[in-house]
Design a protein around this ligand. Structure first.
Ligand SMILES: [Mg+2]
Length: 382
């Protein structure tokens, strides 16, 4: 693990070749590392192919839970990665399903806050879920909606259809302390398409409800907790009266009120802004419980790969663009780490972590820094 004044070594030419020669397994994050939205990072497809031709094993480790693995294979092909197999892709959705099936050995159903990627992986793993809400369910309040007694786990992932009702139902299930509480990933936000990223930090929305019976809550305040990674940095409070549409750090909240009564809350997230951590934090606040996070920086995804492919950490390299997840994940799993500068984190942020007096910051210090995975190309072509 990098720490103190070590780490953050900028690699060039022969140094990259030496590093790759010393490693047998290369783990890549996806968003911001090998692609940004629908554009491959220049040289990335060739790098992946050449690593494989050199006998390396390549894996893709992504906290993005929006696609099932078969859909990821299509994206790889579409962006010019011609030889990526489904078995090499470890998304937080796939690993969450594997955790519920193989580690938790769940005997019951999962209540899912999440999209098609999460649901498809659970289905493929044979893990039963509560059916998604239909239009018919809309308008039913939390006081009279049916709850499924077979639910033994709540799983939170990225969900464009996140609603107050989903939050309330999940809270009801989590009242049972035996009910597992899992989250696919802690990411507060993800890069936007077109090579852009949101300015900094994501948002967590929390409603303060006072008076009134359930289903007829009077809402007086909207509290934003601004986050970096998993650490709340700033709280903003907004008081409002009737109807509000507000944008906060890349997320848009629509609140509809009638004389102080909450009618509907929906959360919309810009395309590409696909972290689940903000929704998890809302549920953690509402349920007074902490989720078990499956995705990076926790080590379960590495254990998941290792259980299938038997990786030696000393011969493995983690390449990522986000210090708090990718690099911390690599450090936690005793892998050498490379930060690429084509995504979220900057060299300055890496140096701040390196020079920080806080020991816990040192797990976010990358061993090495490159501008782009495209920098690997020359070293591999020699
Ligand atoms: Mg990334």
């Amino acid at each position: 693990m990098a720490g103190g004044s070590r780490g953050c070594v900028t690699l060039r030419g022969a140094q990259i070749r030496d590093l790759l020669d010393a490693k047998h397994n290369v783990l890549f994050d996806c968003d911001g590392v090998i692609w940004n939205g629908e554009a491959a990072v220049p040289g990335a497809p060739e790098v992946v192919s050449l690593l494989k031709q050199r006998g390396k094993r390549v894996f893709f480790v992504t906290n993005n839970c929006t696609r099932p693995r078969d859909n990821y294979v299509q994206k790889f092909a579409r962006l010019g990665f011609t030889d990526v197999a489904e078995e090499e892709i470890f998304s937080s959705a796939y690993c969450s399903a594997a955790y519920l099936r193989d580690v938790a050995r769940l005997r019951g159903k999962v209540y899912v806050i999440g999209g098609g990627g999460v649901r498809k992986e659970l289905e493929d793993a044979g893990v039963p879920t509560v059916e998604e809400e239909t239009e018919r369910d809309r308008g039913v309040s939390i006081t009279d909606c049916p709850l499924d007694p077979e639910v033994k786990a709540v799983l939170v992932g990225y969900d464009e259809g996140f609603t107050f009702m989903k939050l309330a139902k999940a809270c009801c299930y989590l009242q049972d302390t035996e009910c597992l509480f899992l989250a696919t990933d802690p990411d507060p936000w993800h890069p936007l398409r077109g090579g852009r990223v949101t300015p900094d930090h994501g948002g967590l929305l929390m409603l303060t409800l006072v008076e009134g019976s359930p289903g007829c809550q009077q809402v007086t305040q909207l509290v934003y907790l601004q986050q970096s990674g998993r650490h709340p940095l700033l709280t903003r409070t907004k008081t409002f009266q009737n109807t509000m549409q507000d944008q906060f750090e890349g997320m848009i909240y629509f609140i509809t009120l009638l004389k102080g009564v909450l009618l509907e809350l929906t959360v919309q997230v810009h395309s590409g802004s696909q972290g689940s951590g903000s929704l998890t934090a809302a549920l953690e606040t509402a349920s007074s419980r902490k989720a078990t996070v499956i995705g990076k920086p926790g080590r379960f995804m590495f254990d998941c790969i290792s259980s299938q492919f038997g990786l030696d950490p000393a011969r493995s390299l983690m390449v990522g663009d986000r210090l708090e997840t990718d690099v911390c994940f690599g450090s936690t799993c005793d892998l050498a780490t490379v930060l690429t500068l084509t995504g979220v984190s900057t060299q300055e942020e890496a140096l701040r972590y390196r020079d920080s007096p806080e020991p816990e910051h040192h797990s976010c210090v990358p061993d090495f820094i490159v501008e782009s995975v495209g920098d690997f190309l020359q070293a591999l072509e020699e």
